[in-house]
Design a protein around this ligand. Sequence first.
Ligand code: G3P
Ligand code: MG
Length: 246
Amino acid sequence: MSLFATKALLIAHRGANLLAPENTLPAFALAYEMGAAWVECDVALTADRVPVVLHDRDLWRTARVHAKIDELNYDTLQSYNVGRYFATGAVQATVPKLEELLDLALQYGRGVNIEIKPALSDYAAATAEYSWKVIEPYLDRIPILVSSFELEALRWYSDYAPKVNLGYLLWHWQSNWEETAHSLNVSSIHCNEKFLTQKYLNLLTESKYSILAYTVNTVARAEELFANGVDGIFSDDPQLLSKVSL
Ligand code: G3P
Ligand code: MG
């Protein structure tokens, strides 16, 4: 079963993160400009509970600041440049609000996979709840898929926002994945491509769920996964799909 309109889907992982700083508005706009139907983003809460788009709890990797997102207010966060140490040279970039990304997606008429990534597992339900307040007005206007490694976040959506399509993220193979997916009423399973051997691919793709794989950056691996019935891939290259034979 596929949740998505196309046979083979590409989700631009943290936007076009090789061309602009990951999880920033320029990276998402570039991904859409390059043809991506969907982008993936990571969402955490600031100390004053603003849902923002950021992968790590710590700001060190992206901004070279020793600070934690859950200990910073949104206004302070805005003073940090997450593009200063970008791989190909310094650029100016700030951490966007989730709302800003959804506005951008609306402008392009494209999809957003919102990965709920609480700074700490203890914040899973709050991150789910505060993100939902932002997401709800966009729900019937753009394709939206909410995913998480945090079962508590998925449970929150399943209980309080059951209309939302949910994706269950797996880092390792989990023998009880189908039971968990069923109990959380998810639509898709998002798997680390590294554990997707033939055996696990067969088990997953025979199920009723859409199967997505992250993070796939080579044509050969993308072709292998699609040939085995995977519905979509997350890639750092928003144009990878155009190089793949389906
Ligand atoms: O949502 C897929 C992928 O983004 C999960 O891993 O660490 O890149 O958020 P990570
Ligand atoms: Mg992610």
